[in-house]
Ligand binder design. Structure first.
Ligand code: GAR
Length: 213
């Protein structure tokens, strides 16, 4: 069974969705550790309650981004992960760190990339008046919120939406697609071809990418 390490900075609801999928027998991975760059991340409690090893490495304790990333890499590698899963890990990563985990690090982002990389994605989607918004799981590359797309889910933007309502609708989809993406990885079904991801296997997996609500 593949080992994964999950990195968080806060609430950890995507992490929770991965734990829930594992507990239901839908995600055949060993969650070796949850690591946070913030000691007060709520997700740490959730992970500990689920019996998962937790670690805190506070970026504030390091003089530079490079020094933090070097220490983080060493900490992650103690758990020998096959896949590193960024789940609301709000840090810009150094090129060396990204290179080390090339092809074995996922991120989830609350927009239909390449639209709206960076912060405040829901607010920006509303300001632009887009009719469809969503979320993306992608392999991490050196460019922030870019990299080969593994899976996306779309939701409608409704006339009376505010940021919170739209964020909640997107988050529901995040919780659905992240376990799916990690499952594909665990099943060795993802192949990077010319910088794009191909998924081998059942076409049925793709039928629910667009949320009906
Ligand atoms: C999620 O919406 C995730 O997509 C986003 O942070 C939130 C974390 O929530 N990530 C990014 O914006 C990364 N660029 P969670 O801690 O409850 O999973």
């Amino acid at each position: 069974m593949k080992n994964i390490v999950i990195l968080i900075s806060g609430r950890g609801s995507n992490m929770e969705a991965l734990i829930a999928a594992r507990d239901k027998g839908e995600l055949p991975v060993n969650i070796a550790a949850v690591i946070s760059n913030k000691a007060d991340a709520k997700g740490l409690e959730t992970a500990a309650k689920a019996g998962i090893a937790t670690r805190v490495l506070e970026h504030k304790a390091f003089a530079s981004r490079e020094a933090f990333d070097t220490a983080l890499l060493a900490l992650i590698d103690e758990f020998a992960p096959d896949l590193v899963v960024l789940a609301g890990f709000m840090r810009i990563l150094t090129p060396d760190f990204v290179r080390h985990y090339e092809g074995r690090m996922f991120n989830i982002h609350p927009s239909l990339l390449p639209a709206f990389p960076g912060l405040h994605t829901h607010q920006r989607a509303l300001a632009e008046g887009v009719r469809i918004h969503g979320c993306t799981v992608h392999f991490v590359t050196a460019e922030l919120d870019h990299g080969p797309v593994v899976i996306q889910a779309a939701v409608p933007v409704l006339a009376d939406d505010d940021e919170d309502r739209l964020a909640a609708r997107v988050l529901q989809e995040e919780h659905r697609i992240y376990p799916q993406a990690v499952r594909w990885f665990a099943e060795d079904r993802l192949h990077l071809v010319d910088g794009r991801v191909q998924v081998s296997g059942a076409a049925a997996d793709f039928t629910r990418l667009i949320s009906p609500t």
